[in-house]
Design a protein around this ligand. Structure first.
Ligand code: V47
Length: 366
């Protein structure tokens, strides 16, 4: 293997990985640029194994989107609508209650809830959503509202981000999902989501959440207009933030789905690029405990292979995913926990059902 890594031009990076040394942005560029995908996978797998051993995680979760009404209307998004659109929707607190109640018979431990940047809903609506979920399913972990939504909620509440987060936490918020990060580069934000908060603002809100004891995830939407340098700047910014706050749990690379978006002319990323993003993230984000292969976006087949390219988590049962499916995803909108266990086991890992904070719920036989 060492000879092969040398021939692939990665002898020095292998030495750094073995020594646990941080990789530079220039190293990251070389990794992204290679076609020696097995060498890249081998290096990422060394880090994955060191951090997570033979375990690969999944979660029993439910996704709820409370509204798709959005005043940002990003060019890569097929989910957001303006309020006048016939496809706009907005759930009442009672509707969300009903969605939770519908699935009380299932062993769901996490509710993942996000929506658009709704221009009119009052701040109390969001507090009531959290309270209603906690009432219907006591003990469930509510992972809700991206940093972008938090910035908006703070505006609606007329309070600081910190005060807003404290109020949400008091109403039952458990952690923040990783959406809305997109690509931090101002160039890419200008081209694709000019109304969205800046990358710095996103990172600042994540840090504030971490200070309050809320953990959060981070994402990167790849495979549209971004350059490799911009991807690496994004990863580096996350790594520096994690050095300061230590509050990120998982990084999830999100594969751009072009259908029904304003960037529908783009092809979207290839399978090779999907694997590279998992592997390079695992190698660059040396201070992130987990890398998720989100099966909804890259397909269960590739997500399974990603478990040998740096990923240690397949996300979850999800039911029912809307954001990626509006943009043409061909995957299912839910997956049974038995299928997740089988996929993980087949990949040679120990399937572990986790809670949001990666506490073990059930360790299945290898
Ligand atoms: O913020 C929008 C992205 C995100 C498209 O934290 C698109 O564990 C691909 O963040 N093609 C929402 N992606 C999903 C998300 C997420 C999903 C699963 C787990 C977690 C987690 C977070 O999806 C958005 C945006 O970045 N997105 N449109 C699209 N056309």
């Amino acid at each position: 293997m060492e000879n092969y890594l040398h021939r692939a031009g990665f002898g020095d990076i292998h030495e750094k990985v073995v020594a646990g040394e941080r990789l530079s942005i220039a190293d990251g560029l070389r990794l992204y640029s290679t076609n020696e995908i097995l060498a890249l996978g081998y290096l990422a797998d060394l880090v994955r194994r060191r951090k997570n051993g033979d375990k690969a995680y999944f979660i029993y979760n439910q996704h709820i989107n409370y509204s798709n009404i959005c005043s940002n209307l990003c060019k890569f998004c097929a989910f957001g609508r303006d309020a006048q659109s016939p496809l706009a929707f907005q759930l009442s607190v009672a509707d969300v209650r009903a969605k939770v109640r519908e699935r009380l018979g299932e062993p769901i431990t996490e509710i993942h809830m996000v929506g658009g940047i709704h221009p009119e809903l009052p701040f109390d609506y969001y507090l009531e959503l959290l309270q209603a979920i906690a009432e219907e399913r006591p003990g469930v972990h509510i992972q809700a509202f991206t940093c972008v939504e938090i910035a908006h909620l703070a505006e609606r509440a007329g309070r600081s981000v910190e005060e807003t987060l404290r109020l949400l936490q008091g109403a039952g918020l458990g952690s923040l999902p990783g959406g809305g990060a997109e690509v931090f580069s101002p160039r890419i934000r200008q081209l694709t989501c000019e109304k969205k908060i800046s990358g710095e603002a996103w990172l600042e809100i994540a840090k504030t959440a971490h200070r309050l004891g809320l953990r959060s995830n981070a994402t990167m939407l790849y495979g549209h207009l971004e350059t490799l340098d911009e991807r690496l700047e994004h990863l580096d910014a996350l790594r520096r933030t994690q050095d300061e706050s230590g509050g990120f749990l998982a990084f999830i690379p999100l594969a751009f789905h072009p259908k029904n978006t304003e960037m529908a002319q783009l092809p979207g990323p290839s399978g090779l690029d999907d694997l590279k993003n998992i592997a390079v993230a695992r190698l660059m984000l040396d201070n992130f405990p987990h890398i998720k292969a989100y099966w909804v976006m890259i397909g269960p087949q590739l997500a399974q292979i990603a478990l040998s390219f740096g990923a240690d988590d397949m996300d979850g049962t999800v039911k029912e995913e809307v954001i990626t499916h509006m943009a043409g995803a061909q995957t299912a909108q839910a997956m049974g926990s038995r299928t997740l266990v089988r996929l993980i086991r087949e990949a040679g890992r120990i399937p572990v059902e986790r809670d949001t904070l990666y506490n073990v719920i059930t360790e299945h036989a290898a």
